[in-house]
Design a protein around this ligand. Sequence first.
Ligand code: AMP
Ligand code: MG
Length: 320
Amino acid sequence: MAPKNRWREHPAELLRVGEGFSLADVDPRATPGWGGTKQQGKAFGKARGPLLSELQERLYAHGRTGGSRSVLLVVQGMDTSGKGGVVRHVMGMVDPQGVALRAFGRPTEEEARHHYLWRVRRALPTGGQIGVFDRSHYEDVLVARVDELVEPAVWQKRYEEINRFEREVAEAGTTIIKVALVISREEQGLRLMERLQRFDKHWKFDPADVDARKKWDDYQQAYADVLDRTSTDVAPWYVVPADRKWYARLAVTELLTRALIDLGLGWPTPRWKVETQQRRLAATMDEATIAEARASEKAVKKKLKRDEQEFAAAVAAATG
Ligand code: AMP
Ligand code: MG
């Protein structure tokens, strides 16, 4: 039996940053909209795999035949908020061929010589791809502001610049989903401490993480301003409570599924005629093999019909 869809309300509506949003009112331990247990949530997220993967194949096929649509998932959050886990989880459910992952760290020497959006433009997904950003241009109004890497006048004008940039990207055919993972200060303390308690997690720890943690309130203010100033119609922010890792992964899976469904992509139609190519191919085959192909045609078409019905039903269930 397929696990039950226990979303009471779609996270796309619940988590979207709109008018009157307040970061201070977000409960990082909450699981908005999910009406089931952790186990049920995990099972349901896993069961999204086949649908997500078929949706992605359609997008990929669209790109391979010259289409310009793509999806960009931007993942932001404090250290230990689970960005890597969300990214790994999402990537694990689709064909790696169609995903372009980019993690943004401290700019390299070359990157630092360019405008801050330079490295971002180069990492944008091309037609048919799902682009995933682990951190992003938002670091240039977060860490750059909190650590005073640039003057206030410089980062202050970046919000509008980012909005313009994202509008351009959206107009070129990219659906943008921006996810802010929100953890509590207590949970971050626990996760950082665990990294220190386990020698197999030391590689994840950076002494600078403690410095950033000491500036918690400054970061909260910087995040609040980002959410307030850069959640737009074409590139909305979704604030995802992330103290419960399973919820964050489940919610992001659902946001991505919805975005892919909304693309409404069918299978591309070829530029050549099927019958003509069938005749040409048949001319290269012997009679017995042609007969074999003919004999299985009915079963092939039947399976196709069933697959299409299952897909339509899954889409209807996911949107209904
Ligand atoms: P991690 O995501 O744990 O690999 O850490 C990446 C680090 O790079 C974080 O400390 C970020 O704050 C930092 N970083 C990312 N983008 C920028 C940027 N544009 N300027 C300065 N630091 C950055
Ligand atoms: Mg880190």
